[in-house]
Design a protein around this ligand. Structure first.
Ligand code: GLC
Length: 636
């Protein structure tokens, strides 16, 4: 049977061009007798999965529905049941011990947290050394016991209830599980960005299976043939969310399918630029926290990383190294005036670049990509550190800017009119501290403080060590505005009056101090915790977490809070919002496990600061503006 024929038979949709190419090249290969490379097409996707000779993947659905393809010999079927339980993969028995270890991911001895049960009740958790078997972490010795609070116990129950299964295996968590919600819209789906804190909570608890399944299944969705009004976005786009649907085949048979949403049904038809970036960040976190690096080494996973990176690094019309996106392409997925080069996307992009550089296997096919990644990392960090940074000194500099400067060494490069400095900022900016702008475009600075972008810049070292410190100083100085009664404001301040009308398009959900327009989102706690821990200031996170702990359980885990001080449960807030629950648990677990937390952030990469590819030297006719500015950046 030809590759395309087999693919059509198994897949629900016709193969995309990429797959046709991948397949024909794989199938036309002369396979050595030991099946040096094997291709198998998953039943509900048109993505081919290519493996090396140590393992071959059989989708869980094949097993669940007793549809083991006939190429699986009896010998292969006899693989131990325990191994099958660990993942959607079945491992061939002819593997060497070493290969076996790679596939199941035996781990040096990471820290482990286990929940302690007293009959029905969970009464605490123990932290211990352990080793990974498959994607379960086996406990070896107890080192610490920590009592779980009532809120934590309830949070775990809610998180476990939110788990979504596909053919019997856990693959993600729904966005919200509000029993009173008669119109869940897409909150009954698994969102890629929402799953990240759930994934971290599971990983920190020692459970890898759900995360591994999530990563592999969303990887398949990446290559779905997708169109909005007959137009297809680039290969590599990850969906915003997916849903497990049951479809009827005939009177007696149903089957489960994964149905992704790439923005073609999402409100506003927004393309989720952040999904692929989060996927890469989570893939690295999975390896770091479980010690199972075999997942990221797989050829199909490597291809997935490359597709995302190629999409992000594609040449365009851009003059800046920042990623150009439409409004609503991230956590703020509605019109909020963040089109262009919003900080949140830039900091996630920077992290994903760093993760990819770490995870891409070095070989001839990845060399050019790695070079492009290094160049972009260096240019991006320079650009953000130099042009996005604001503190009292910089505001004073902008206040005195000359405009209309036509030259390569202009001070006011983006032609910012000083009148743009909003009046609130003049009073608000503290003497100590600073932050990164929300967005920067020609003649336009968005001075709003965006929380996620700033925290993630700290976590990924997109900003300098001094800037990182200053960001936390600013939070401390502006505690009531950013943390308020219930942490954490998504941005500050709100768009009001004409700004709200013009910039949000009079969005009734994004009224001032509500939802994305400066509402307070408890899920942001875990990112704050990570940033504080990185900067050696966990007490700030503990203080915020204590505030959240007082409110969240009593308020039934809302999605967001409203008002300037975050006092009221959001007007249209879902209750039992999973990433509120997971963000809380992840913060708790991170604080209890500094060693694990440290695997999730990055220190300054001094090598990157030396890379400059513009080719202009000090002595040339033109000067490299970076060379002049770099010392400033390092000392700031
Ligand atoms: C809202 C949020 C988005 C989130 C989704 C599911 O659309 O803006 O960030 O992913 O709900 O919770």
């Amino acid at each position: 049977m030809s590759a395309i024929h087999l693919l059509r038979k198994l897949s629900r949709r016709p193969p995309s061009r990429l797959h046709r190419n991948l397949l024909s090249s794989t199938f036309s290969m002369d396979l050595p007798p030991d099946l040096a490379r094997t291709t198998l097409i998953r039943p509900f996707s048109n993505r081919p999965t290519i493996f090396n000779n140590t393992h071959r993947l059989i989708p869980s659905c094949f097993r669940q529905l007793n549809l083991l393809p006939n190429w699986v010999s009896e010998k292969k079927k006899s693989i131990s049941v325990s191994l099958r339980e660990f993942s959607t993969s079945v491992v061939e028995t002819n593997t060497s011990d070493k290969a076996f270890e790679r596939v199941v991911g035996l781990n040096p001895n990471p820290l482990v947290i286990e929940r302690i049960h007293n009959g029905e009740e969970t009464i605490g958790e123990s932290v211990s050394g352990g080793e990974i078997i498959g994607n379960k972490i086996e406990k070896s010795e107890e080192t610490l016991v920590r009592e779980e609070s009532e809120a934590e116990k309830e949070a775990w129950r809610i998180l476990e209830d939110a788990v979504v299964r596909y053919c019997g295996s856990p693959v993600g968590t729904v966005a919200a599980n509000d029993p009173g919600d008669k119109l869940p819209l897409n909150y009954d789906q698994v969102f890629i960005r929402d799953f990240v804190p759930s994934a971290l909570a599971f990983l920190l608890k020692g459970e890898g299976e759900i995360v591994r399944n999530f990563l592999l299944h969303t990887l398949q969705l990446q290559s779905w043939e997708k169109t909005v009004d007959c137009y297809s976005p680039g290969q590599g786009l990850m969906p915003a969310s997916f849903k497990v649907r049951t479809v009827t085949l005939d009177e007696n048979t149903t089957e489960e399918v994964l149905d992704p949403d790439f923005g073609e049904s999402a409100i506003g038809r927004v393309a989720p630029v952040d999904s692929g970036l989060w996927w890469i960040i989570l893939l690295r976190a999975y390896g770091k926290l479980t010690g199972d690096f075999s997942l990221q080494e797989r050829i199909d996973v490597q291809t997935g990383i490359k597709l995302i990176m190629n999409l992000c690094l594609a040449d365009g019309f851009d003059m800046f190294p920042t990623l150009l996106v439409t409004d609503g392409s991230c956590m703020i997925d509605r019109r909020m005036g963040i089109h262009g080069h919003p900080l949140e996307i830039q900091s996630l992009f920077y992290s994903a670049l760093r993760c990819s550089r770490e995870m891409l296997s070095a070989n001839d096919s990845s060399n050019n990509l790695v070079r492009a990644i290094n160049n972009r990392l260096s240019a991006l960090s320079f650009h953000i550190r130099e042009y996005y940074w604001v503190d009292i000194r910089k505001i004073n500099e902008i206040y005195r800017y000359k405009t209309e400067e036509y030259s390569t060494d202009a001070t006011n490069k983006f032609n910012i009119y000083p009148e743009q400095i909003p009046p609130w900022l003049m009073d608000w900016i503290p003497e100590q501290g600073g932050y990164l702008l929300g967005n920067l475009q020609p003649a336009h600075m968005d001075f709003r403080f965006f929380t996620l972008g700033n925290f993630w810049s700290v976590v990924s070292s997109l900003s300098t060590p001094k800037q990182n410190e200053a960001i936390l100083n600013l939070i401390e100085a502006k505690w009531d505005d950013i943390i308020g009664n219930t942490p954490l404001k998504i941005c500050y301040p709100a768009l009001e009056y004409d700004d709200w009308r013009i910039i949000t398009g009079s969005d009734p959900k994004n009224t001032p101090w509500s939802y994305h327009n400066s509402g307070s989102w408890p899920t942001l706690l875990w990112q704050f915790t990570l940033a504080c821990m990185k900067m050696g200031r966990p007490e700030l996170a503990e203080k915020a977490l204590a505030l959240a702990e007082k409110r969240l359980m009593a308020d039934r885990w809302p999605e967001y809070y409203d008002t300037r001080s975050g006092k009221f449960i959001g007007k249209q807030s879902r209750l039992y919002q999973t990433w509120t629950v997971a963000g809380f648990l992840t913060s708790k677990l991170l604080l209890a496990n500094p060693e694990m937390a440290s695997k999730l952030f990055w220190e300054e990469d001094y090598e990157l600061l030396d890379i400059c590819v513009c080719g202009l030297s000090k002595s040339g006719r033109k000067k490299c503006s970076r060379v002049a500015a770099k010392t400033q950046i390092l000392v700031r």
